[in-house]
Design a protein around this ligand. Structure first.
Ligand SMILES: Cc1cc2nc3c(=O)[nH]c(=O)nc-3n(C[C@H](O)[C@H](O)[C@H](O)COP(=O)(O)O)c2cc1C
Length: 250
């Protein structure tokens, strides 16, 4: 599949990989393409940690709540917001960096996420499968220690990469009109919410997911099981401390 529209419209997350390795040259090409992505002020305030080593991936696994993709995928990429390199360059060139603040973290995090997504599209265009791991921001403190990330560097997302060993069905999306606002934001009426979430709620997999989790509604699976308030509050504290320790809240 070479047509970019087909790639984008037919993609799905891949969580099972064959044991076939990903060639170094191919990976380099994907990373090169990723680094052509737009970047704030052409500063490239990101770094990408490539993990192929089996032991290191095993060590990383618990920080991603032992999601099996970490150890089964031949390549794990951790995308980091990184002002360390840029700050050091500034100091070397007699320039005073002013990037020890939250805005700069956001700038670098946006840069890192854009590169990540381009690497993912590049990988998918070559037939590879990818899976993002949102667990990176939950356990950023532990990942920082393991990957030896210095002050100024914060991991923001992880992508596992490998040759697909599954071909899952595509999952649903909300209708386009649910997420698009023309000119200004149009807030949602109850009727619109009913309409936009109807298809998702009526899918047999959603119904099964809801009953398996002994919940009355699909939304409750999110609020009570998958993304709980208590967890969100706990990991927010951890992440805020990480931003402080890494020098982004001075
Ligand atoms: C930022 C981010 C974090 C994610 N974290 C995880 C994760 O920790 N584990 C997982 O299995 N999938 C993860 N995913 C994949 C999503 O579950 C997946 O994209 C979504 O269910 C839609 O499926 P699709 O990509 O096949 O369309 C993540 C995706 C994103 C964008």
């Amino acid at each position: 599949m070479t047509n970019i529209s087909d790639i984008l419209m037919n993609r799905r997350t891949i969580r099972k990989y064959t044991s076939e390795p990903v060639d170094d040259n191919l990976l380099n090409e994907l990373l090169l393409m990723g680094c052509r992505t737009s970047t704030t002020g052409n500063m490239q305030v990101y770094s990408i940690i490539v993990n192929r080593d089996e032991q290191l991936r095993k060590d990383l696994a618990p920080f991603h709540f032992n999601q099996k993709m970490i150890t089964e995928a031949p390549v794990v990429l951790t995308f980091c917001a990184d002002f360390n390199r840029f700050n050091k360059w500034c100091l070397l060139r007699k320039a005073e960096p002013g990037y020890d603040n939250f805005l700069s973290f956001m700038t670098a995090a946006i840069d890192a996420l854009l590169v990540a997504q381009t690497v993912c599209i590049a990988a998918e265009s070559r037939g590879l499968g990818i899976c993002y791991l949102g667990t990176t921001t939950y356990n950023a403190d532990k990942i920082i220690t393991l990957l030896k990330l210095p002050r100024g560097v914060v991991p923001v997302t992880t992508v596992t990469l490998g040759w697909p060993a599954e071909n899952p069905d595509q999952v649903d999306r909300l209708p386009l009109e649910a997420v698009i606002h023309s000119e200004t934001y149009r807030d949602y009426s109850l009727e619109e919410l009913d309409k936009y979430y109807k298809e998702k709620e009526e899918r047999s997999d959603s119904k099964q997911f809801t009953s398996e989790n002994i919940k009355q509604t699909l939304a409750q699976v999110f609020t009570d099981i998958r993304y709980k308030k208590a967890d969100n509050e706990y990991f927010s504290k951890v992440l805020l401390q990480v931003l402080k320790d890494q020098g982004f809240l001075e």
